[in-house]
Design a protein around this ligand. Structure first.
Ligand code: TYC
Length: 117
């Protein structure tokens, strides 16, 4: 965490007649633009899930065209794991659930996981 410059905005009652300190307001001078944590969604290889089914998953849930989906599927097939996309936490979580539910419905052992970038 990096401290950002702040400005003290005093309301003129810093030392009131009764000696109490008045309320001071601190104002952020720089707009706060926090970057969200990002997560990779990964597919894992297995020996049973059909290649065409994995391609369909990549088209349906990760908006890949046939060429991109085929490239990712073959990367997973050849290397054991591959990246389908990078998303914020809730979107990544939803993608993983959608893939796992769809694979289970079709009785394929395909595994999909997320990892923090
Ligand atoms: N290895 C599978 C096969 O030969 C294909 C496959 C690719 C499976 C990617 C899972 O995430 C995967 N049918």
């Amino acid at each position: 965490m990096i401290a950002e410059p702040i400005r003290m905005q005093n309301n003129g009652e810093r030392n009131g007649e009764n000696g109490n300190r008045g309320t001071s307001v601190i104002t952020r001078t720089k707009p706060k633009t926090k970057k969200p944590n990002l997560y990779r969604v990964l597919l894992l290889n297995d020996d049973y899930t059909p290649m065409d089914f994995v391609i369909h998953i990549l088209e349906r849930f990760f908006q890949k065209d046939l060429e991109g989906a085929t490239r990712i599927m073959l990367h997973v097939h050849n290397h054991g794991v591959g990246e389908c996309g990078i998303y914020t936490y809730e979107v990544a979580e939803t993608k993983v659930s959608q893939v796992m539910d769809f694979a289970r419905q079709h009785q394929h052992p395909l595994q999909c996981v997320m990892e923090k970038k």
